[in-house]
Design a protein around this ligand. Structure first.
Ligand code: SF4
Length: 114
């Protein structure tokens, strides 16, 4: 069975096909092949979101996962991120939550709040 997908590694967005033997077509560069194979075996995503700053009224700070997580865990991770609240001052690179859901990935602050 051939599966079609769009490569999301760069803005070019190549249309890829991959068959059951991991033969990939449509990729302009090797990263597209790696992406297609990863999507078939263990699809992952890096998540960006924001969390509450408890000592600043109506303030959110942006966060992201320190690495990709399995696609099937996105909803659970988002639910955990929604429970996080941090206290200012806080800096880019600070960890808002370590090892979220035991996935070996941290939630990292991506904005400075004085
Ligand atoms: S295959 Fe290569 S060029 Fe095409 S979207 Fe993916 S990363 Fe970009």
């Amino acid at each position: 069975m051939v599966k079609e997908l769009t490569c999301i590694i760069c803005p070019r967005g190549c249309r890829l096909t991959i068959d059951e033997n991991n033969n990939v077509t449509g990729n302009t560069c090797p990263r597209g092949k790696d992406y297609a194979i990863s999507e078939m075996t263990n699809p992952v995503r890096t998540i960006t979101s924001s969390v509450r700053v408890i000592n600043r009224e109506d303030t959110l700070v942006s966060v992201k996962t320190s690495g990709p997580i399995p696609k099937g865990k996105i909803m659970e991770v988002m639910a955990e991120i929604n429970k996080i609240a941090v206290k200012a001052p806080i800096k880019i690179g600070n960890i808002a939550k370590k090892d979220i859901l035991g996935l070996g990935v941290d939630i990292i602050i991506t904005k400075n709040i004085d």
